[in-house]
Design a protein around this ligand. Structure first.
Ligand code: NAP
Ligand code: G3H
Length: 477
């Protein structure tokens, strides 16, 4: 088994701590490899080297920085099967989905470069303000923030890492990249590809180690100028409390509802809900995590959903099963606890509630009521509650009572009805007649309430990692 090094100032190193973390595959339960548990002193050196390297990097043209990123795309492309295999083994994602994640990431980098080279300075004239005149002309340019701390989650270890790194680099920032520990080998692979581009030393430093050990040190460090974080809401809130007056962009948890109106095309709806709720065993921030079904169609919808759930493949990521073992035992215990609580309080079990280790079979619960934990908590697992509602108004009320506000779906054949409901839902994005999902990745992506702060999506991510610089020319007329 390989022991992977961390990456600092252009060099791959073993940590002085002499400590490594063993990464266990969620489905084979065997070791995939070991990563370094770096020390605070090493994290400090990484930030200092990023700070130093960023000065020169920021002076390069956007096209020159883009050249390194184009080469990164090529390197990722050359190694995409190996990277996909690593994702599969490390986080238990189906191989085909892992391969799609790598391809999506390559497309993400290309679009990021193209977007950045088409972002221009603005200018304003003093004459537009009351009493002003045209003797003042302001040139508004964008400059990088400095050193970006990019912290990513386990479930998209490549895509959600690069979604921070590429916009940061193209806009002239340096990056401290702290991947999820379960995901850190995938992170090593993508940074090995970046290293091959000859990118200047120190521009990207990969720091591996448990968030609970090095996380606060990184977050509180004065050399960090901005944090781009994706992960759970509790971790996000903790980071927000620790950080020191720097911009934060946070993509956090969700409890995305699918509002199913009584005029919806139920066969179509069921397919969208099933793929939305159960892909990768529901381990997506944007998974559909509750169905708010109008009582008039609820029986029929639940019947169709059951038939679709019965078709889901359960087993190994190597066979591209839809339902795969969850990331670890703690997560599976948590999901089981939500199912047990709902059943104890009277929910109807339509199918599922079977478990083999970390593998939870797809579970559908009907007649879920608001006193049940599953009505409110994010399972991050393959369990879907159906809550029956009397009206659109009741669906909107329950949707908004959640602490989360990532996305929501509305299913109806009446577009006016959809457009009456959509503005009332307290979420970042409403999908009309489609499952909740982040892509395509250039769309703005955001959560409100406990689901996040700030906006991602390629252009928005670049904007969030830069700040305006205003230079005013005073003309003597
Ligand atoms: P997590 O446990 O919150 O971990 C996310 C990242 O934070 C990991 O890199 C983790 O490192 C790090 N971390 C932990 N404690 C930290 C600290 N004190 N300071 C700094 N960093 C720290 O989340 P996860 O289990 O990986 O991912 C699942 C969650 O992420 C779900 O809630 C899901 O909804 C959310 N998510 C949201 C989005 C979105 O776009 N809204 C996308 C994907 C996932 P370690 O791994 O070393 O602990
Ligand atoms: O887990 C959160 C991801 O941002 C979801 O992305 O909707 O494309 O699966 P996705």
């Amino acid at each position: 088994m390989s022991t992977y090094k961390y990456y600092i100032n252009g060099q791959w190193k073993d940590s002085d701590s002499k400590e490594t973390i063993s990464i266990i595959s969620p489905y084979t339960n065997e070791e995939v490899g070991k990563v370094q548990a770096i020390t605070q002193e090493e994290a400090d050196l990484a930030i200092k080297s990023a700070k130093e390297a960023q000065k020169e990097w920021a002076t390069l043209t956007v096209r020159k920085r883009g050249e390194y990123l184009y080469k990164w795309m090529d390197e990722l492309n050359k190694n995409k099967e190996d990277i996909a295999t690593t994702i599969m083994k490390e986080v238990g994602k189906g191989y085909n989905d892992a391969l799609k994640e790598v391809s999506r990431t390559i497309d993400f980098i290309r679009y990021t470069i193209e977007e950045a080279v088409h972002m221009y300075n603005e200018s304003m004239s003093g004459e537009n303000f009351e009493g002003g005149n045209n003797s003042k002309i302001a040139i508004i340019s964008k400059r990088p923030l400095g050193v970006i701390l990019a912290i990513s989650p386990f479930n998209y270890p490549v895509n959600l890492s690069v979604a921070k790194i590429a916009p940061a680099l193209v806009s002239g920032n340096a990056v401290i990249f702290k991947p999820a520990t379960q995901g850190a080998i995938s992170a090593v692979k993508i940074i090995e590809a970046l290293d091959k581009t000859g990118i200047p030393k120190g521009i990207l430093n990969l720091v591996t180690g448990k968030g609970s050990v090095i996380g606060d040190f990184l977050t509180e460090h004065e050399g960090i100028n901005m944090i781009s974080f994706t992960g759970g809401s509790e971790t996000g809130k903790h980071i927000a409390e620790k950080s020191k007056m720097i911009p934060l962009v946070m993509e956090l948890g969700g409890k995305d509802p699918a509002v199913v109106c009584d005029d919806a095309d139920l066969n179509f709806v069921a397919k969208q809900i099933i793929s939305g709720a159960y892909s990768y065993s529901g381990q997506r921030c944007t998974a559909i995590k509750r169905v708010l079904a109008n009582k008039k169609i609820a029986n029929e919808l639940v019947n169709i959903l059951k038939n679709e759930v019965d078709k889901l493949t359960v087993g190994s990521p190597e066979e591209n099963s839809i339902i795969v073992p969850l990331i670890d035992k703690k997560s599976a215990d948590y999901v089981q606890g939500l199912i047990d609580d709902a059943l104890a309080k009277g929910a109807t079990l339509i199918c599922g509630n079977k478990r083999e280790g970390n593998l939870i079979y797809p579970t559908l619960l009907d007649n879920v009521t608001l006193d049940m934990r599953i009505a409110w908590e994010e399972p991050f697992g393959p369990v879907l509650p159906v809550i029956r509602v009397n009206s659109d108004e009741e669906a909107i009320k329950i949707a908004n009572e959640s602490e989360f506000g990532l996305q929501a779906s509305i299913f109806t054949q009446n577009i006016d009805r959809a457009f009456n409901i959509a503005p009332k839902l307290e979420v970042g994005t409403v999908q009309v007649n489609g499952r909740t999902e982040r892509g395509p990745d250039h769309l703005p992506f955001l959560g409100v309430k406990s689901s996040g702060m700030g906006v991602q999506g390629i252009r928005k991510s670049i904007e969030s990692m830069t700040i305006e610089k205003v230079t005013v020319i005073n003309i003597n007329r």
